[in-house]
Design a protein around this ligand. Structure first.
Ligand code: HAM
Length: 410
């Protein structure tokens, strides 16, 4: 039997939940002036190497990279930002100036070891705002994330950090490398990272490494005046707007393009301390990918991680929609037509098989329908339909001419 690939899942029973999550995200981001963007899932490999970064785990270990039939080195997108930036530059919006805001959702691909909350094909909802330098925009992006998680009822801890800029980050890195080189006993991964991406060492999950790193210099103590001012302002805006946060100077994120603000919303409902939403500012990426310098900030949320949390809660057994059926084959045409009509405003499941009332009622119950409508000989003669409310047991014959008005009032 052919099965889906490891780490790749069908969204088959949870389609409603997926759509519900996207709908909430869309509603909120549209109000903040974001517009839908869709970019290809397959891009040139060099796009991700340049943006996500050569030293990142994603590029090093997790890329779905291959040579296509035309000999091009291509890659399934591991994240959404790079493609949106590529499109932004390709359509010359970097030259047009002004502020542009985009949201997207869809599949991302990372060849990771599949486990709870970690898939090889997963879905993100993301936003990217271009052309806004003000730290108020960083705050807005974080507030959008908080608002989405709040509306979805997901409890999280928000962690924020500043990763400095082109001026203070290299100075800090040099200081950190000096410190790291003075340590004895770091793990192999950390030793490799000292040369490739020293700030990722801070992120190491190894307990022994974390002990050794206790006195490491922190970026938050090495920011230049501008970065410090922005970071202080960000904390002030969040505080003034009742967004709780923790400063985590070791929060570095797994992608190399960030500068200044970096943040993650962490949940402990899917394994230990997983990020459900993460992002930050990336003021150098547009230029780095060949465009004009453009300020940028955004985030992405892992939809499966949210689904996982919502599914682990007690499922709502709220009944919804109408079950429409007939007791005799000769009425199927009638109910078919009625069903098409009712569907203009209602969710209707029409059953095409004539069965006895008990069987129909059982099917309606299995489908968790709220309203049962059934046409039999007597009802047909009187231009009526049998109505039963499966929630409260109300049971009556309704005149077909009054049916819509009656249902609309329910
Ligand atoms: P990221 O932190 O790599 O950031 O991913 C964002 C979210 O995607 C994570 O917080 C997590 O919820 C989800 N995620 C990541 N990997 C997996 C996986 N293997 N399985 C399931 N869910 C996963 C980015 O991708 C950046 N592009 C975010 C961004 C946008 N920064 C600025 N703009």
């Amino acid at each position: 039997m052919i099965q889906a690939l490891r780490g790749m899942k069908d969204i088959i029973d949870d389609g409603d939940l997926y759509q519900y999550i996207v709908k909430i995200c869309e509603e909120i981001t549209l109000n903040f002036g974001y517009k839908f963007i869709e970019t290809p899932k397959l891009e040139q490999t060099s796009l991700f190497i340049r943006s996500v970064g050569e030293s990142s785990d994603i590029v090093n270990k997790e890329m779905y990279q291959f040579i296509d039939k035309g000999g091009n080195d291509v890659c399934l997108r591991p994240e959404g930002t790079a493609g949106v930036v590529r499109a932004f530059i390709e359509h010359k919006f970097d030259r047009a100036g002004g502020v542009r805001k985009y949201f997207y959702y869809g599949s991302m691909f990372r060849y990771e070891r599949p486990q709870k909350g970690r898939l090889r094909e997963f879905h993100q909802f993301g936003i990217e705002c271009f052309g806004e330098k003000s730290v108020y925009e960083d705050a807005s992006v974080i507030i959008i994330g908080a608002e989405i998680l709040n509306r979805l009822g997901i409890k999280t801890t928000l962690k924020i950090n500043s990763l400095g800029d082109k001026e203070c980050m290299p100075k800090y890195k040099a200081k950190l490398v000096e410190y790291l080189n003075s340590l004895d006993g770091l793990c192999q991964d950390c030793l490799r990272r000292i040369d490739t991406n020293p700030i990722r060492v801070l992120d190491c999950k190894n307990e022994n490494c974390q002990n050794l790193l206790k006195n490491a210099p922190l970026i938050t103590e090495n920011l230049n005046d501008e970065c410090q001012k922005d970071f202080d302002k960000l904390k002030e805006i969040l505080t003034n707007n009742n967004i709780k946060f923790e400063v985590d100077p070791k929060l570095v994120r797994g992608l190399d393009y960030y500068s200044k603000t970096a943040f993650e919303f962490i949940s402990d409902e899917i394994g230990s301390q997983s990020a459900v939403l993460g992002g930050g500012r990336y003021d150098n990426l547009v230029e780095y990918l060949g465009g004009r310098q453009t300020y940028a900030v955004g985030f992405a949320m892992g939809i499966e991680r949210i689904m996982e949390i919502l599914k682990s809660r007690t499922q709502s057994d709220e009944r919804k929609g109408i079950y429409l059926c007939a007791l005799d084959d000769k009425f199927i045409d009638e109910i078919y037509k009625l069903g098409l009509n009712l569907r203009k405003t209602h969710n209707v499941e029409t059953n095409y098989e004539a069965k006895n009332p008990a069987k129909h009622l059982k099917s309606a119950d299995n489908l968790n329908k709220k309203i049962f409508l059934c046409l039999g000989e007597n009802e047909f003669k009187n231009n009526e339909i049998w109505y039963k409310n499966l929630d409260n047991g109300d049971d009556e014959k309704l005149n077909l001419n009054d049916l819509e008005r009656f249902l609309n009032a329910r």
